[in-house]
Design a protein around this ligand. Structure first.
Ligand code: ATP
Ligand code: AH0
Length: 369
């Protein structure tokens, strides 16, 4: 009997939605179908704008959430049509929503993480149970609310008796260390593609630097790299998580101020180096001698970035998750299908080692169809 779930992820790159239809009945989850959809330009601009304080946010956030659900519902329809599967055969959809603020454990000591989502609308549009709001229980239990994919990485990429690293390079980058003794650690390293995307779009009009070719045409500026790496987040010990709240265009603009005019391609090369160097430094600090690093997220498609990671981690085999049977752009969406299944089954996750939450909890909230 198939055990079908859908996972939907729209991450901090704000490039659109990735969706997967997954069968969990085999030993390794089987992705039956993958579909993605870009955001309509107005919705993308609004979601991006909602990442920073602005006018009439409650109203705008509610409407942006509705708009996001319509894109989610289109992706669900595409998945079902391509796989020739009826909605009634899918147990649930795991819908991440769009993170617009991430300030766990701040302000009043609890803080918050906010993913725009209207799960009731998605249940209405799709006719399938929806699981959403995966992060807030973790924050309520004293955790960072992120990253959550490490729990999925453990089951999918972990190898008995071997230490394996999984590096997701999305808008933000996060590292999972699956240790040979069965323990694990997961945290956000810092920026992934988001600063490179912003700079690339500003100077070339392209949404991202295809294969990192533009970055490869420039030369990193050592003093700028040093100034960027001086950001205290990089030296903090895990558990830790971050987002566009810190690493955004304004942050970059401020750091660039003392440098006057630099060649745009050299800045792009420096931003690529920042991502590679921050991730590599975390590996070297926390798991020196790591033999296998599996890279997922859109950054795995950036040839220049992968080349720089390999150069900075000469003792580590650095490969795309595609080599382990799961293409880089399907990993996070599959993680949210997997997390939804855990919610439906009321299975707790051992959160402490990753998010720093006080104990094991069931994450997510169910909206029946
Ligand atoms: N061919 C490519 N060459 C270079 N970069 C690419 C390529 N394809 C995708 N990317 C990068 O990957 C990004 C999308 O990655 P992904 O979908 O993993 O991010 P996300 O899920 O939004 O982020 P997060 O993991 O932070 O939630 C794009 O914005 C782009 O920077
Ligand atoms: C708050 C939030 O949305 N965090 C995202 C973001 O994107 C990458 C990194 O920062 C990670 O912490 C997380 O996403 C993945 C899916 C996670 O929870 O594992």
């Amino acid at each position: 009997m198939p055990d079908l779930f859908i996972g939907l992820m729209s991450g901090t790159s704000l490039d659109g939605v990735d969706g997967v239809l997954v069968d969990f009945s085999p030993d390794a989850p089987l992705v039956i179908e993958h579909a993605s959809a870009p955001f309509p330009p107005d919705l993308r601009a609004e979601l991006l704008a909602l990442n920073t304080p602005g006018e009439n946010e409650l109203h705008r956030a509610a409407l942006a959430g509705n708009g996001l659900m319509r894109v989610y519902a289109d992706v669900v329809a595409t998945l079902l049509r391509s796989a020739r599967v009826a909605p009634g055969t899918v147990t649930a959809i795991g819908a991440h929503g769009q993170t617009v603020r991430h300030r766990p454990q701040e302000f009043d000591g609890t803080g918050y993480t906010l993913q725009l989502c209207q799960p009731a609308l998605l249940a209405e549009l799709s006719g399938i149970d929806v699981v959403a709001d995966f992060r807030s229980r973790d924050v309520a239990a004293g955790g960072q609310g992120a990253p959550l994919a490490p729990f999925f990485h453990q089951g999918r990429f972990g190898r008995r008796g071997e230490t394996v690293g999984v590096l997701n390079i999305g808008g933000i980058s996060n590292l999972t260390l699956l240790r040979a003794d069965g323990s694990m650690l997961g945290f956000d390293c810092g920026p992934g593609n988001s600063l490179m995307d912003a700079w690339c779009s500003l100077h070339t009009g392209q949404p991202y630097d295809d294969q990192g070719a533009w970055a490869a045409s420039g030369r990193p500026v050592p003093a700028l790299l040093e100034a960027l790496r001086a950001e205290p987040y990089f030296a903090k010990a895990p558990p830790k998580s971050t987002g566009r709240d810190l690493f955004n265009k304004e942050w970059l603009r401020y750091k660039l101020l003392p440098f006057g005019s630099l060649a745009p391609e050299d800045v792009q090369a420096t931003l690529a180096e920042l991502t590679a160097a921050a991730c590599a430094a975390d590996v070297l600090r926390l798991q020196p001698g790591l033999r296998r690093l599996i890279v997922c997220g859109g950054g795995a498609l950036n040839t220049h970035l992968m080349r720089r990671l390999r150069a900075l981690l000469p003792d580590t085999g650095v490969n795309s998750s595609a080599d382990d049977g799961l293409p880089p752009l399907q990993v996070e969406a599959t993680a949210f299908a997997w997390l939804a299944r855990r919610t439906v089954r009321r299975e707790k996750l051992e959160l402490e080692s990753t998010t720093g939450a006080r104990g094991a909890r069931v994450l997510g909230c169910i909206y029946p169809a």
